[in-house]
Write a protein that binds this ligand. Structure first.
Ligand code: CP3
Length: 342
């Protein structure tokens, strides 16, 4: 039996045609997603309903021939499982109870209890392993501690993550204790996803680029390395994708220090630089501008082909530089796949 292309790329093979999937491939740009979400009631009801979460995970695979499925869930389920109040406000994004001082942190529950909330997610993983086509691997995921902490501290998404950065300067002990708690919960959560059937895991550090240079190693690399080492100790064969979004020049130290099998590149990364500096060490994933799936046309075809060509000299998984947006045209995804696969 030949191995799944995604897993071959993650082992360091250079393939003639890169495997393809898309961040947020199950999402609001698809009418069938909007309909299942309405049926579920709310976004969180959808995340915690294994049948419907499995259904929306499978929807993009019925339309398109992607080389991977990604579990439908959210990075903010971990804070919720630790005891934060979480809601998603329509059109505004997430709202959480805030962590502003040690007393707030003390109110969070222990890592051992998170499965009381998260067990439906493991159920979704099990369902998916039964229902997915044999040649499509399942990617599990979690948020990286810094990114998750930015939401827990501010209680919402923020343009520059200032509340978290201020706590980092003003109350480093509480800040570091929070990162530690999230790190431990994340290790537990990812190990449970793997036990349930996830074949690859991805760590989303969406706000890594907001960390000041002098603390990038401490607050982005060190927690990621702890997570990678803990997973590898139990599951040496499960590849890990790291996504330190907007890390710029810190992409290389991130790759070298964490030892991830693959690094996901945001839209700002120049393929020529990444091919030269990163690809000799690791598989790269990315990095088409998601806006091209709104724009379409020749610009999309040209840019997709340029990404393929730019990374053709080493292991590469074709993806976007960030998630596909709700205003993307589903037909443009076909155009992208044609451009990638010729
Ligand atoms: O990629 C996938 O298809 C898998 C599912 C997935 C979701 N969120 C579903 C989702 C994954 C991997 C995530 C990760 C996630 N969640 C990140 C990291 C990746 C990134 O985008 O940078 C972050 C920062 C979050 C937190 C989050 N979730 C925010 C800030 C929001 C609101 C903003 C938005 O895009 O609407 C969400 C909501 C969310 N998560 C949606 C989906 C499909 C939209 C919810 C809806 O249906 O209304």
């Amino acid at each position: 039996m030949t191995e799944k292309p995604l897993l071959r790329a993650l082992k360091g093979e250079t393939l003639p045609v890169p495997p393809v999937w898309m961040m947020r491939q199950a999402g609001r740009y698809l009418p069938e997603y909007r309909s299942t979400r309405a049926q579920a009631g709310s976004f969180l009801d959808l995340c915690y309903n294994p049948e419907l979460a499995a259904e929306v995970t499978l929807q993009p695979l019925r339309r398109y021939s992607f080389d991977a499925a990604i579990l439908f869930a959210d990075i903010l389920l971990v804070p919720q499982a630790l005891g934060a109040d979480l809601t998603f406000v329509q059109g505004e994004g997430p709202r959480l109870s805030t962590i502003t001082r040690a007393a707030d942190l003390a109110k969070l529950g222990p890592v051992e209890d998170i499965d009381e909330v998260l067990s439906p997610i493991y159920e979704t993983v099990k369902l998916l392993r039964r229902e997915l086509p044999a040649d499509v691997p399942l990617i599990g995921f979690a948020g990286a501690p810094w990114t998750v902490a930015t939401y827990m501290i501010a209680g919402k998404g923020t343009p520059d993550q200032a509340p978290a950065r201020r706590m980092m300067y003003g109350d480093p002990a509480t800040f570091e204790a929070l990162l530690d708690r999230i790190t431990e919960a994340t290790i537990h959560y990812l190990l449970q996803q793997i036990d349930a059937g996830a074949e690859v895991v991805k760590l989303f550090d969406s706000w890594a680029g907001a960390l000041p240079g002098p603390v990038f190693a401490k607050y982005a690399i060190a927690p990621a390395k702890r997570i990678v080492d803990s997973i590898r100790a139990k599951h040496p064969d499960v590849p890990i994708i790291g996504f330190p979004r907007m890390a710029g020049g810190n992409y290389l130290p991130y790759v070298q220090a964490t030892g991830v099998q693959c690094v996901a590149l945001d839209t700002s990364v120049d393929p020529a630089w990444a091919a030269r500096e990163l690809q000799p060490h690791t598989c790269v994933q990315g990095n088409l501008d998601p806006l091209l799936l709104v724009q379409g046309g020749d610009a999309l075809t040209k840019a997709a082909k340029a990404v393929v060509k730019g990374f053709s000299g080493g292991p590469h998984i074709f993806n976007l530089g960030h998630g596909i947006t709700p205003d993307a045209d589903p037909d443009n995804v076909h155009r992208m796949l044609e451009a990638v696969r010729g």
